[in-house]
Design a protein around this ligand. Structure first.
Ligand code: SAM
Length: 207
């Protein structure tokens, strides 16, 4: 997967490539998709949600510039796959999922694979996790028309936030860095994610 899908498309960070090589994506896929677990595509994980394409996981992770000391907040636990990749690369991972069945299944997988630094919560991730803020890195793995204000507030100085931003059906990755002079924004890869549903995202599931 790393050699055929990630390196040829420009993923360079050796730590990200190593994490992508070591996290067993098949453990996070549904049983009916085991044979496709390492293919170049998003996979259904139930409840109308998806585990993101490996390339998209790698791009977002690379944009986070993780060194190993960071406290990371992920919004959209889904299958738990992205959370496991983050756990390989950061100190602590806090991850929030709005669908309790998915959050419970992901928490079981983190336990089974001994990812003890990952903490899972069910709820509206657009509100963040104020008791644990500030976060050095924030990654939102669902699409929103705007950056949720509470997440900006919970981003540490020199912190980085990465998320897909745009319409329901087409977005671009946005990277925000909090500097001493304010927020710096950069736009990256076009993408298509499921919607971020919550107080500071899309209002409801229908389009
Ligand atoms: N990171 C996941 C993985 O590795 O499998 C993929 C995430 S999937 C593309 C997006 C997830 O965001 C879905 O599981 C969805 O239920 C969740 N989600 C949507 N709105 C949310 C919100 N306000 N708070 C938390 N999770 C949310």
């Amino acid at each position: 997967m790393a050699e055929t899908q990630l390196v040829p498309r420009g993923i360079k960070d050796p730590r990200v490539l190593e994490a992508m090589r070591s996290v067993p994506r098949h453990v996070f896929a549904e049983e009916s998709n085991l044979l496709s677990a390492y293919e170049d595509m998003a996979l259904p994980i139930g409840d109308g949600q998806t585990i993101s394409q490996p390339y998209m996981v790698a791009v977002m992770t690379e944009l986070l510039e993780l060194k190993g000391t960071e406290k990371v907040l992920e919004i959209g636990t889904g299958s738990g796959y992205q959370g496991a990749v983050l756990a390989e690369l950061a100190k602590e991972v806090y991850t929030i999922e709005r669908i309790s069945g998915l959050a419970d299944r992901a928490a079981e997988k983190f336990r089974a694979l001994y990812y003890d630094t990952v903490h899972v919560r069910t709820g509206d991730g657009t509100l963040g996790w104020p008791e644990e803020a500030p976060f050095d890195r924030i990654i939102i793995t669902a699409a929103s028309p705007r950056v949720p204000e509470p997440l900006i507030e919970q981003l540490a100085l020199n912190g980085i936030l990465v998320m897909p931003i745009g319409s329901r059906f087409s977005q671009q990755l946005l990277k925000i860095t909090r500097t001493e002079n304010g927020l710096k924004e950069e736009y990256h890869t076009p993408c298509v994610f499921v919607p971020l549903i919550g107080k500071f995202g899309w209002e409801k599931d229908s389009s």
